[in-house]
Design a protein around this ligand. Structure first.
Ligand SMILES: C[S@@+](CC[C@H](N)C(=O)[O-])C[C@H]1O[C@@H](n2cnc3c(N)ncnc32)[C@H](O)[C@@H]1O
Length: 272
């Protein structure tokens, strides 16, 4: 760890502030569409359809739940969960028929199990993701699947190739793990979850996506359609990659420039 961990109340306050300042933060309907299509495709690969109980862990403002409610037309019973009151207020206001719980995922004691659990950009924020992964394993029905997405923070987190738990110095300023895919694979295995399929998100910074389960119940060799779907989506998203890449380089240059000025003792003088 490269940071002193703040108390959870402080972390929640930071999230409340982010959502209060920008209710649209992290909302991305293209991305929601991609995750929905991935789940549909995964279910089809198993000869099933996308029906049943779905939980969104760390649902934020509820944009994914709202999208899923519209696309699934009642086939999914949706539940969202977040520990930020402000996020939950937003999610409840935009997803009327969806149950949204305001609680810490780790201390939540649910009374039922789920066919699908999704979590997008949340697990990298757990100081130790293993207990949270184990908890999802216990929440899944026998043939349930967990669609986990963590961003490739080493790609977009300005931290080069150096793994660690740190504060994102650009953008949202969250505390998060910056890890390679192989390290995530190891953490997932240590938590006792099985990888049914490993795919990529539509952009380099959303490229770490897995379908996980508490037992190896699915035959993933049938899931070639999943790989095709993600290749198609990535081709379509190339202009977003370029823009994001340019922004990252600009930010890196700015940081480098500030470091050089700092070393030369010029920063204080130039900022006067
Ligand atoms: C980067 S945001 C992602 C939000 C949403 N999944 C999205 O894609 O827009 C991370 C979310 O996880 C929530 N979160 C983080 N740790 C949590 C925990 N222990 N229990 C419940 N929610 C948590 C935060 O409040 C925040 O809404």
């Amino acid at each position: 760890m490269e940071v002193d961990l703040p108390a959870q109340a402080e972390v929640i306050r930071e999230y409340d502030e982010r959502f209060a300042c920008n209710p649209q933060i992290w909302a991305d309907s293209d991305h929601d569409a991609y995750v929905f299509e991935l789940l549909e495709c995964f279910a089809r690969c198993q000869g099933r359809s996308l029906v049943g109980e779905l939980l969104d862990v760390g649902c934020g403002s509820g944009h994914t739940l709202r999208y899923f409610a519209a696309r699934s037309r009642g086939r999914l019973r949706l539940t969202g969960l977040d520990f930020s009151q402000e996020a939950v207020r937003l999610a409840r206001s935009q997803c009327e028929d969806v149950e949204v719980l305001c609680t810490d995922f780790l201390s939540w004691e649910p009374a039922r199990k789920f066919d699908f659990v999704i979590s997008l950009g949340v697990f990298e924020h757990f100081p130790d993701p293993r207990p949270a992964l184990r908890k999802v394993g216990a929440l899944l029905k026998e043939q349930g699947a967990f669609c986990l997405e963590v961003p490739n923070c080493l790609w977009h987190g300005w931290s080069g190739r150096h793994e660690g738990f740190r504060r994102h110095t650009g953008g949202s300023g969250q505390l998060e793990w910056h890890l390679r895919r192989a390290t995530w694979d190891q953490i997932i295995a240590e938590a006792g979850l099985y990888t049914l399929a490993a795919v990529q998100g539509p952009t380099p910074w959303t490229e770490f996506v897995w379908f996980l389960a508490s037992s190896p119940w699915a035959d993933t060799s049938q899931c070639v359609n999943l790989q095709r779907l993600c290749r198609r989506r990535r081709r379509r998203a190339w202009s977003r990659h370029v823009r994001h890449f340019i922004n990252i380089q600009k930010h890196r240059l700015k940081m480098l420039f500030e470091q050089v000025l700092g070393r030369l003792g010029l920063l204080a003088t130039t900022s006067l």
